[in-house]
Design a binder for this molecule. Structure first.
Ligand code: 13P
Length: 340
């Protein structure tokens, strides 16, 4: 069986991070709607092929998270996507949760489903080439009473059950408890809720015998809500994020890979850079971005074969910028040089 710690460490290798390309059919359809492209299976394949055949991406991208449909698809030359990635030294991974559904007796809160039959699905994904997995729990902030402790602990329990099954199956679990940025809450409230969330998650992981060395954490940064009138600076974000994670994430965890969660692509890069510039930290601090790596590429491609080269260039640029943010070596001026 593959050494899980070795895989986890390879995913957070210096200068590299993860591309989250595991949008469910519903989510990728929303992204395609924004550029006026029909969400057919072939269009979804063509778009993922653009990303996965980008020359040079492997210099900055350690792993790619795939979706159930995508892990079974192939590049235009017939090479299955997991194999195509592996040939470039990029580790294939797979989203295994089945989405957030309403939590019983908790209006406005969700529980992520997908545990039934998971052991069998993990075995199949491993055969298809996956070496790591992802499960996303969604935590909403609303007023003083949401999230409830009930919601936090129920999601933490499910995350730990998933993580234990992954380790048993020889896959590195990426444990993703996402506290959403949606709403008018302050950064202090985000700090408080993210702290409670991580407390529940690491308690459950420990109780369910998950090896911290053999997993990665994929959290939100501690941020002001989108609609909060007072937006925290990058420096405040970095300080509160690190304060929260130092208190709650054991040093045995090899890496923290942030989600972008709706931050602009350049904000997501700048904040990761600020956090790393304040290092060294007990864990590698990296990225597992979806929108913040793909938004400019999606726009440049626009569903047109004539846009493939521009789409690849845009993706490579964001991968490179985030790669630099891994060591605090990014600066916003680097964006303009490429744009010029
Ligand atoms: P975003 O970076 O777009 O938030 O996506 C990351 C992800 O995988 C969410 O589950």
């Amino acid at each position: 069986m593959a050494d899980l710690n070795e895989t986890a460490r390879a995913l957070v290798a210096p200068g590299k991070g993860i591309l989250a390309a595991d949008e469910s059919t519903g989510t990728i359809t929303k992204r395609f709607d924004s550029i006026g492209v029909e969400s057919t299976e072939e269009n979804r394949r063509t778009y993922r092929d653009l990303l996965f055949t980008t020359n040079g991406a492997a210099d900055h991208i350690s792993g790619v998270i795939l979706y159930d449909e995508t892990i079974r698809q192939s590049s235009t030359d017939g090479t299955p996507f997991p194999k195509l990635l592996e040939q470039q030294g990029i580790i294939p991974g797979i989203k295994v949760d089945l989405g957030a559904k309403p939590l019983a007796k908790a209006t406005g809160e969700t529980i992520t489903e997908g545990l039934d039959g998971l052991r069998g699905r993990l075995e199949e994904y491993r055969e298809l080439g996956a070496r790591f997995a992802k499960w996303r729990a969604v935590i909403t902030i609303d007023g003083d009473h949401i999230p409830s402790e009930y919601c936090l602990w129920t999601n933490a329990h499910a995350l730990a059950r998933y993580a234990a099954l992954c380790q048993e199956a020889g896959l590195v679990p990426i444990v993703e408890p996402e506290v959403l940025m949606d709403g008018g809450h302050t950064i202090e409230r985000s700090f408080e809720v993210t702290s409670r969330t991580l407390h529940a998650v690491f308690t459950e992981l420990r109780d369910q015998r998950v090896e911290f060395e053999d997993m990665l954490l994929k959290p939100n940064m501690v941020l002001s809500g989108y609609e909060c009138s007072e937006q925290a600076s990058d420096q405040q974000i970095a300080e509160l994020t690190l304060k929260c994670f130092r208190r709650h994430v054991p040093a045995a965890v090899p890496g923290i890979v942030f989600l972008s969660g709706g931050q602009s692509d350049e904000d997501a890069t700048a904040r990761l850079n600020t956090i790393n510039a304040m290092g060294p930290h007990p864990w590698e601090v990296s990225f597992s971005y979806g929108r913040a790596l793909q938004a400019p590429a999606l726009k440049a491609w626009a569903g047109d074969s004539a846009g493939v080269a521009a789409g690849q260039e845009a993706y490579l640029h964001r991968a490179k910028m985030n790669g630099l943010a891994r060591s605090g070596s990014y600066s916003p001026e680097m964006e303009e040089k490429v744009a010029a």
